[in-house]
Design a protein around this ligand. Sequence first.
Ligand SMILES: *Cc1c(COP(=O)(O)O)cnc(C)c1O
Length: 238
Amino acid sequence: MSEQRRTELATNLQAVRERIERACEAAGRSAAGITLVAVTKTWPASDVRLLAELGMQDIGENRDQEARAKVRECADLDLTWHFVGQLQTNKCRSVASYASVVHSVDRLELVRGLSAAAGARGRPLTVLVQVALDDTPGRGGAAPADVVALAGAVAAEPALTLGGLMAVAPLGDDRVSADPDRAFDRLAEIAAVVQQEHPAATWLSAGMTGDLEPAIRHGATHVRIGTALLGHRVSRVG
Ligand SMILES: *Cc1c(COP(=O)(O)O)cnc(C)c1O
């Protein structure tokens, strides 16, 4: 296992933790209220292992097949796996076999599929409702108008625990449409409405490498960080 990679990850992790601390300080929040999820997609299980040795516990993946292989390779580690990617209905059972949290529930079929799978595994699954903050198709997320109903559907399933909401800030080709502060402010408003009915649904999964500061400013409790921890992913086809 590469000593150089370990040093690189340790340096990156320290820098991310400092960014989180500074953002919390600026927002008058405690960094203890933020869970850092390391998004290890495209990176090998050896990196997950190094991150675990550096004290990370929460690991995020966005593709079932890749996640399943990594979970198997890291079976001896005490990790909490977060599924953060778009999910096909026929993958619910597989994802529920290893994930503790699914961040990306955006339609009723997934609620049903995950509920059945979590019921079969006999351990409740925490679910976040993903909110679409822009109209870009193909990025997942429920329309804001549908979020309260979807949250209610999750909460009604005994096998599921409604954790809260998740969002990805909009992509945009101008500064206004891509303004993460506006997007996360909107998310926080929707979260407040959901929490009126579901006071325990306090998780807000928002913030990635490029926008963790605005996310924390608007109440994120979980930040999902890939690039700043692991480096730039090589883009791949498919
Ligand atoms: C890849 C990914 C991340 C991490 O993004 P970075 O910009 O690399 O930090 C976070 N959330 C989701 C849903 C992702 O797919």
